[in-house]
Write a protein that binds this ligand. Structure first.
Ligand code: NAP
Length: 299
């Protein structure tokens, strides 16, 4: 039996792995994707992670992974789908049917992309609808792309795509943006970005792939791609009947990572918190590992 089974190999999970390992715990990190580093890999340049300012999100994730590997952290590929407490241990069921046992679980599975909510959205996923400009932008060199959203992700995506695509439309449902004023200014200075406010996409159409979007004001835009950047939702669907969640689906927990279940800790973007950034995810991982170590000592 492992001391800690860590779910997620993003900054929170790897932060927990390093602190757990250094506290003398046996830790196993379960990751959904082989050698994955979470959503950080989708970030362009990360300008606010102390000590490594200016690295790409992908590179930062790789550095975190290497650090964990150097400490001898072990990894397991699979998606955890059910959690059961038996006396003083947890049995975690994976989608492949395998069950892994641990004294503690540190859950840092991060968030997933919020969909637009259109009925046809799933049909066009990978056929023009994308949730990651850094990953898929290069497919649309010299073409047209629509970016949806008004937060920093949408603004960064629009700017990034404007260097690849011939034309970018930024569609936002309000006329005020959540994203940085500085990035918005750069967007307004770009000749190939058209900002459309007070509009939402009501339909996506195209024969075999995205060809056109319709907005609620009746406008139709010819486009090759739609990059959806309308925020994230926590990856907590498997925790619904287990832990206390808030109305948005985040696990209720303070910075110790302690949840409503003894021996089950959370770290990173899945917990209720004020600031969701790489630096706070790493810190959460450290806190959760220390909490897990204290709990094991009490056992
Ligand atoms: P976000 O800040 O929550 O913004 C989501 C945007 O999508 C909002 O503008 C929202 O509109 C819009 N939206 C939500 N649901 C929608 C729907 N169904 N249809 C149309 N529009 C919808 O999410 P984010 O941009 O992914 O950023 C998440 C966090 O990461 C933020 O704290 C952000 O600052 C941070 N981040 C930082 C950087 C950076 O520092 N460079 C880069 C990326 C992300 P309303 O505004 O009307 O609610």
């Amino acid at each position: 039996m492992w001391d800690s089974l860590i779910i997620g190999s993003g900054p929170a999970g790897l932060g927990a792995a390093i602190y757990g390992k250094r506290a003398g715990l046996s830790v196993l990190v379960a990751e959904k994707e082989y050698m994955g580093t979470g959503q950080i890999a989708e970030s362009g340049q990360v300008d606010n992670y102390l000590g490594l300012v200016g690295k790409s999100g992908y590179d930062l994730g790789e550095i975190f992974l290497e650090d964990a590997q150097k400490l001898g952290v072990e990894f397991y590929e699979g998606e955890a789908v059910a959690f059961e407490k038996k006396e003083n241990s947890w049995s975690v069921l994976f989608e492949n049917g395998e069950v892994i046992k641990a004294k503690t679980v540190i859950y840092g599975a991060g968030p997933k992309h919020r969909p637009l909510g259109l009925p046809e959205e799933a049909d066009y996923a990978g056929k023009g609808i994308s949730y990651c400009a850094i990953c898929d932008g290069a497919f649309y060199k010299g073409k047209t792309a629509v970016v949806v959203g008004g937060g920093n992700t949408a603004l960064d995506d629009a700017l990034y795509l404007s260097d690849i695509c011939a034309q970018v439309y930024l569609v936002h449902r309000r006329d005020e943006f959540r994203g940085s004023a500085r990035t918005l200014q750069k967007i307004r200075e770009k000749e190939n970005i058209t900002v459309i406010t007070n509009a939402v996409i009501t339909a996506v159409s195209g024969e075999k792939k995205v060809e056109e979007v319709t907005l609620n004001n009746g406008t139709q835009l010819k486009t090759d791609a739609v990059f959806v950047a309308v925020g994230m939702i926590p990856h907590t669907e498997h925790l619904k009947n287990l832990l206390e969640l808030d109305t948005q689906g985040y696990v209720v927990a303070d910075e110790t990572g302690k949840t409503s279940q003894e021996g089950f800790f959370v770290a990173g973007d899945v917990r209720t918190k004020h600031l969701r950034q790489v630096i706070t995810a790493v810190a959460d991982g450290a806190n959760a590992a220390v909490s897990a170590s204290e709990y094991i000592r009490q056992l």
